[in-house]
Design a protein around this ligand. Structure first.
Ligand code: ATP
Length: 653
């Protein structure tokens, strides 16, 4: 049974902004570590601190610091996790020439870009260290260096050779970079960390440009660069000040430190935020309980402050519904609608009856199924697994080969109103935007023939789009025939090829890149065209469906968390283990004995992240391998009251 933790003082954290300003403007200034729970106002605190220490909001010492920064052409550097988070901070901060906000990748690239000789030295040194480590480890094994291992080692040697032969390194923080000298995202972070440690000049440049570096979402920031920055700020003659913000309960990427709070140097200040300003009381109680839970299989400490909800919040609604994971995907989807109806009956909030709640799940595939765009999504994962789904970091652009479907054709379709009438002005705009009018014939007769041909193709395109059962292949036909846009050659060739799809490879069988591409295109061409629109919204993060990882930092009025291990097929997470549907595995037991992170630890953090996104009401839907045991386990856990737990009844409205 939960106990409400309402306190009278909603402003109990009001002094934290001034406290942090005091550390940054002090003589000497002091690094700090602000780790606080979900919805506690970390982002808001960051903005308020920045406003004061850059003289935007009146603050005596802040104005002094701002003047000093300006005098030496310096600024404060803020690093965060995604481009979206950069935009949020910049938007809330407004124009401020003393603050520069970016992702960690953009920050690292800005530091090292152009220092090609140093980059090469760092890359070779990092790879040589890796080669040595992997060789030693392999030699220590009974079978020594196997053929497969030798191939891996040879690959490392080839990479070292390729670096030796590269004069200029290139990189784009927001997307994959291809071609000679292209650096991968992790290379840039590793090289920056290496150079900061081994090239004093780079460190001097950093602290001369940015004497204060504030790192948001630091629980997920890659260990290597974080350790380097912390180490540099601690060195005896350093005057680099670091501020770490984040929440170790919300760590979801493996690159971050597993227990950052314990690594913070003693000399650092550790201000605290105790409020949760986001969620209703019941939700705050639940997330406190989840984090404090003593679960079998948990190895991570339950350190962190217990949050208080605001006095002006009301009760809020939390329910957990349990169903059988053996049900078909269709029945599960129906079951979830049943849960939404129960939420509506309990809350009378229309969001539940109008299906305007946010669905969070572990797996893109589950969401694609619930969102009715599974065929298109499956095709995209075949075409480019890494680009098929929103990742939560960086931009989500989708596979390169089908960009025309996501951009040009989406824009062209928007030129028709619901009655199928074409807005010619808009069409011209679309063609101009994509540079398709540049090579129109000069000769007036040829030009008018081409215009006619284009118009006809557009009309045909619109007619096919309007057909609810049209496929992607059919919609593409007139576009490709009239060559309306500049189109990826693989798509043109793939569409013209009428041979059947290659078979799905057997278990353990390797598939060639060409076969996979062909299979992806075949699935795509036969997918319903109307799924593309849903896929585009999902990819762009505009949908009511999202994975746990993508919703970092977001908040929604009403949330449904769908927990379905069977569909997710992940070895990293298991809700069934948390809620008793299955027992812990041997490797869990081994990890517990060795004090290592377990499936329970990771899943608990995901649960904390998802539940804490909800402001008003929260429905947890558990598809369990053993619903009866799960319900008993949930009842005895004390996380929920009995009336909050219900078995899913499929055939009841
Ligand atoms: N002092 C405050 N008074 C009233 N509302 C606040 C206050 N601080 C934050 N909020 C509101 O609470 C919500 C959560 O704030 P914010 O996003 O800054 O929290 P956070 O700690 O960054 O959250 P998370 O880590 O969960 O993403 C926002 O809607 C914000 O406007």
């Amino acid at each position: 049974m939960s106990i409400h933790t309402t306190v009278d003082d909603n402003d109990r954290d009001a002094g934290v902004v001034d406290e942090i300003c005091g550390y940054l403007t002090g003589e000497p200034p002091r690094s700090y570590f602000l780790f606080a729970g979900a919805g506690s106002g970390k982002t808001r605190t960051l903005i308020e601190v920045l406003r004061r220490v850059t003289g935007v909001v009146k603050h005596e010492k802040g104005e002094l610091l701002a003047r000093r920064l300006r005098m030496y052409w310096r600024s404060i550097r803020v690093i965060t996790y995604t481009k979206n988070a950069v935009a949020v901070i910049n938007g809330r901060l407004g124009d401020n020439d003393l603050v520069r906000v970016s992702t960690i990748h953009a920050f690292c690239w800005e530091l090292i870009s152009g220092f090609n000789d140093d980059i090469r030295t760092a890359l070779i040194s990092i790879k040589e260290a890796q080669l040595e480590k992997e060789t030693t480890e392999a030699l220590a094994k009974p079978r020594g260096i196997t053929q497969a291992k030798q191939r891996d080692l040879d690959e490392i040697k080839e990479a070292i050779q390729a670096f030796r032969e590269t004069d200029v390194f290139i990189y784009h923080p927001d997307r994959e970079t291809y071609g000679h000298g292209a650096l991968a995202h992790n290379h840039v972070i590793d090289v920056a960390a290496w150079l900061l440690k081994n090239r004093p000049t780079l460190y001097m440049i950093l602290k001369d440009r940015y004497p204060i570096v504030l790192i948001d979402e630091s629980q997920d920031t890659m260990k290597g660069i974080l350790d380097t920055l912390i180490g540099l700020s601690e060195s005896s003659e350093s005057n680099l000040i670091i501020g770490l913000l984040g929440d170790h309960r919300q760590r979801i990427y493996s690159g971050g430190h597993s227990d950052l709070p314990s690594l913070v140097p003693d000399s650092w200040a550790t201000p605290e935020l105790q409020m949760n300003h986001r969620s209703q009381r019941r939700i705050v109680d639940l997330i406190n309980t989840i984090w404090g839970a003593k679960l079998e299989g948990r190895t991570q400490p339950a350190n962190g402050i217990k949050q208080h909800s605001r006095t002006d919040k009301s009760d809020g609604l939390v329910r957990i519904y349990v169903g059988d994971t053996k049900l078909s995907p269709e029945d599960k989807a129906l079951g979830e609608l049943w849960c939404a109806d129960q939420m509506w009956k309990e809350s009378r909030s229309e969001a539940w009856s109008l299906r305007e709640f946010q669905v969070l799940a572990l797996e893109h595939k589950l969401l694609a199924m619930r969102g009715s765009f599974l065929n298109v999504f499956s095709a995209m994962t075949l075409l480019d697994f890494n680009a098929a789904a929103p990742s939560g970091s960086g931009e989500n652009k989708g596979p390169a080969v089908i960009q025309i479907l996501l951009n040009e054709l989406a824009d062209l379709e928007a030129c028709f109103d619901s009655n199928g009438f074409l807005d010619e002005f808009k069409v011209t705009e679309v063609f101009r935007r994509y540079g398709c009018l540049d090579d129109m014939p000069e000769d007036s007769l040829a030009r008018s023939i081409r215009v006619e041909e284009m118009l006809q193709a557009i009309e045909t395109f619109a007619a096919i789009c309007a057909n609810p059962i049209a496929t992607v292949g059919e919609v593409l036909e007139p576009i490709l025939k009239a060559r309306l846009f500049s189109i990826d050659n693989r798509l043109i060739v793939g569409h013209a090829d009428k041979s059947p799809s290659p078979p799905v490879p057997g278990r353990g069988e390797e598939e060639s890149k060409q076969n996979r591409l062909r299979r992806g295109l075949c699935v795509l061409f036969s997918s319903p065209w109307n799924q593309l629109q849903k896929y585009r919204s999902y990819l762009a993060g505009r949908s009511m469906l999202a994975t746990h990882q993508v919703v970092k930092g977001s908040e929604f009025s009403h949330v449904m968390v769908v927990m379905d291990d069977k569909l997710a097929g992940s070895h990293m997470f298991s809700y069934d283990k948390i809620f008793g549907g299955v027992e812990l595995s041997k490797s869990d037991t081994k990890n517990i004995e060795e004090g290592k992170e377990t499936t329970i630890d990771r899943t608990l953090r995901l649960l904390y992240v998802t539940c804490s996104r909800a402001e008003e009401s929260l429905a947890l839907v558990l598809w369990s391998s053993n619903p009866k045991t799960s319900i008993e386990r949930i009842k005895s856990s004390g996380w929920f009251e009995d009336r909050e737990i219900e078995a899913i009844k499929l055939h009841e409205s």
